[in-house]
Design a protein around this ligand. Sequence first.
Ligand code: PLP
Length: 409
Amino acid sequence: MITVNENFLKLQAGYLFPEINRRVAAFARTHPEASIIKMGIGDVTEPLAPAVVEAMHRAVDEMGKRDTLRGYGPEQGYAFLREAVVQNCYYSRGVNIEPDEVFISDGSKCDTGNLQEIFGLDNVVAVTDPVYPVYVDTNVMAGRTGAWDKTRGQYAGIVYMPCTAENGFVPELPDKPVDMIYLCYPNNPTGAVATVEQLKKWVDYARENKAIILYDAAYEAFITDGNIPHSIYEVDGARDVAIEFRSFSKTAGFTGVRCAYVVVPHSLKAGQKEGSSVDLHPIWSRRHCTKFNGASYISQAGAAAVYTEQGKKQIQEVIDLYMGNAAVMREALGKLGYAVYGGQNAPYIWVKTRNGMSSWEFFDLLLQKTHVVCTPGAGFGAAGEGYVRFSAFNLPDRVIEAMDRITKL
Ligand code: PLP
């Protein structure tokens, strides 16, 4: 009889967003008159920038003519986009990344989930707590995480690194050796950022322990503080130990278009059982080209337009709008006496509940009394208990309305 990959049976139900939807739907059924304001899920609300729309229209027209149509493109992405990426995201910040170190894809969810495939199953995985769940679940599927420990509410084989208000939501170095270290800054869900000095500790750790950092910079475009690094490669020595993920999803409203990239430097190495080491770049290239046939030409043409003069300006206007929302939320919730984190260099606000209220109790109270939906922090990990996340992706007048309702309550 065919057998199942039993690692999949170890997955804990991804119950956060389905459970939120269930509670919101139940509330809407009994309160059909309520105008519900959703500040839970992090999806964009502003349309694509006009420069992107024009570039995509042009690309569609090209595809509609025999002379200019594009069939299969390079699996790693078109040179025009890889070059625009290194010029605008790396050279411009004094970082040397070569175009052929950039692999274009159809999203960071896939990239962050797929990359673990090139590492041995005996590696120890370290994640922050709270965490973007994809890092954990894809390692569970691969069989790298051990059994679910009910009492801790965590996988026995994973090293969870608590991110708390005390450590500024940037984890301490682990007290036991780890090999694959997932870091995400600006962070989802806490909205925290990491300084060069904080990241340097991790780069040094990875160099000393021959570990790899998997750095998710999906929200780098929201950084407003000039001292905060946008890339792990702004830290000395990171090229030898870090892989970086970037996405056009939140930067340019591409959640429904799909385009992202991962940077795998030529200098990265990993060991073999017999002791010698191998280059990771050709291995990822082999993996990527075998399982992926390239992001759509239309998406890549749209993504390249993000780097035109018009594109940059238009995208910044949208980011400013979201960050304006974040400022409104920070101010309103702060005035009410809540401890409010994030929202200054990230589109997420992380709010501590009061009087020992749990994340879900706070969620229910807000839904019932103000018809505002947030995301319970406990859904991102044990250390998220007692927090909720508000997303700044919304229409400004809805954000003002939501904050008014919460203030009145
Ligand atoms: N990484 C983080 C931290 C995210 O929050 C998200 C989406 O919410 C992603 C990656 C996924 O991005 P993409 O839309 O490119 O798949």
